[in-house]
Design a protein around this ligand. Structure first.
Ligand code: NDP
Ligand code: 8X3
Length: 254
């Protein structure tokens, strides 16, 4: 029995990568899971492989009304949310600001900032009412540094950093904890999405060094969630051994 057994954990972006790894890691802790993503088939597949109760929600976090409705209509069994992991996010393109693709900018801003806000706005009042809960945002090294051609993605992750700090200030005194886990390069579908399905370009990002695995982040999130009640982890930055900063990655390309 652990502190996380039977706790209700809501994970956005659970259909792939870091979110899916978090789902598996919290299932190992015997938590109950609310799993959110647009690809419901992937969530179904995941839930079948987990030995815990799961509630699946097919949801685009960019749709404010749908987010509000999804969380307003939770049954009593699922309404008592102990932990919110704001993980859903993406990058679109890599280009100098003067060449930026506006629809890509909007997708990143709508998902990484506005989507995180919509979900948080729906869940935080429930936590405040109970006077307990924990929000863990998945930020990024890109929330601490800006790298060439990363302009808008980096801006969204800087916004996540600011929102984490703002949430912690506003929730001070409520027993609701706020943390951020900020990874460097993790090998997921992230680059495939960034490069609009260009597999070869995506694979190149992770060539010549050992990137983080989604489970590395899942482990960290479980650790952050499992501290004693009086301990609030503010921020963790996790990098691969071969990454010194956003732009300095030691690669051995033969
Ligand atoms: P993946 O592309 O592997 O997973 C992204 C997840 O986000 C998917 O489950 C996807 O689900 C979900 N998602 C995207 N858009 C939406 C949406 N509009 N509504 C609901 N869910 C959505 O990437 P990662 O696992 O790498 O990314 C997870 C988080 O980690 C992101 O916030 C990313 O910025 C951050 N991060 C990633 C790093 C990396 O190097 N990989 C490093 C630092 C931070 P679906 O498509 O089914 O909706
Ligand atoms: C994702 C990692 O380095 O592409 O946040 O910004 S990076």
């Amino acid at each position: 029995m652990t502190e996380l057994k039977d706790k209700t954990v809501l994970i956005t972006g659970a259909s792939a990568g870091i979110g899916r790894a978090c789902a598996r890691k919290f299932a190992e802790q015997e938590s109950k899971l609310i799993l959110v993503a647009r690809r419901i088939d992937k969530l179904k597949e995941l839930s079948k492989s987990l030995d815990v109760e799961c509630h699946l929600i097919e949801l685009d976090v960019r749709d404010s009304k749908a987010v509000k409705n999804a969380f307003a209509s939770l049954s009593a069994v699922w309404n008592d949310i102990d932990l919110l992991i704001n993980n859903a996010g993406l990058s679109r393109g890599l280009s100098e600001i003067q060449d930026g693709d506006i629809s890509g900018w909007e997708e990143m801003i709508d998902t990484n900032i506005k989507g995180l806000l919509y979900v948080s706005r729906a869940i935080i009042p429930k936590m405040v009412e109970k006077n307990k809960g924990h929000i863990i945002n998945i930020g990024s090294i890109a929330g601490h540094e800006v790298y060439p051609k990363g302009n808008v993605y980096c801006a969204t992750k800087h916004a996540v950093d600011a929102l984490t700090k703002g949430m912690r200030i506003d929730l001070s005194g409520t027993n609701v904890k706020v943390s951020t886990v900020d990874p460097g390069l993790v090998e997921t579908e992230f680059s495939l999405v960034r490069f609009y399905g260009d597999q070869e370009r995506a694979e190149k990002v992770y060539k010549g060094f050992k990137a983080l695995e989604p489970d590395d982040i899942g482990d960290a999130v479980v650790w952050v969630a499992n501290r004693p009640d009086h301990v609030q982890i503010a921020e963790i930055i996790i990098l691969p051994k071969d990454q010194a900063s956003s732009t300095i990655v030691s690669k051995n390309l033969g």
